[in-house]
Design a protein around this ligand. Structure first.
Ligand code: ADP
Length: 159
């Protein structure tokens, strides 16, 4: 049984996230998508809102489940017996950041390795932070996020 963990903020989930999750779901028996809760980060959506969007978007995958983690991701992986952390890479900047993070995580637990999944070309510029800015000013985000996410974003900004 090969289990992997795919952590992220998913604030909000995008087609970029869904693409790497869908592709990874064909490589592993099970994937835990883990919604991160970092007290130092400011999120637009609560952890519960992010989990509920991810659960809805991933409901058709039998081997994917969605969780919340308020702990170190290597500790979460150890707890469920997963030896692989998955991270998406859009460009060289992501790589530089993710490479350092992977070394940090490997130092914390040498039994757990990070695997990088390259973005699909069409989603390489899809970024949660830019989508939030676009949505705030009424920009067209239909090619970047599923309709339920677009609606949730417009609702947040209409308050
Ligand atoms: P972070 O945890 O840095 O806030 P996110 O929650 O946005 O990152 O993303 C979780 C994972 O998905 C990260 O590995 C990130 O690099 C990856 N990712 C985000 N957007 C895309 C995309 N458009 N294509 C591929 N991977 C992506």
């Amino acid at each position: 049984m090969t289990a992997a963990v795919l952590p992220g903020s998913f604030d909000p989930p995008t087609y970029g996230h869904l693409s790497i999750i869908e592709r990874a779901s064909r490589l592993f028996d099970s994937i835990d998508v883990v919604v991160a809760v970092n007290p130092d980060k400011h999120y637009l959506f609560t952890a519960e809102e992010r989990v509920s969007m991810m659960e809805y978007l991933l409901k058709d995958y039998k081997n994917i489940s969605v969780h919340i983690c308020k702990c170190l991701i290597v500790d979460y992986a150890k707890k469920i017996g997963a030896k692989v952390l998955l991270r998406g890479i859009r460009n060289i900047n992501d790589f530089a950041y993710e490479f350092d993070l992977s070394m940090m995580n490997h130092t914390l637990n040498p039994e757990i390795d990070t695997l990088f999944v390259p973005s699909e070309q069409r989603y390489a510029i899809v970024k949660s932070s830019s989508i939030k800015e676009l949505a705030q000013f009424g920009g067209d985000i239909s090619g970047m996020v599923p309709p339920i996410v677009a609606n949730a974003l417009y609702k947040k900004f209409s308050k």
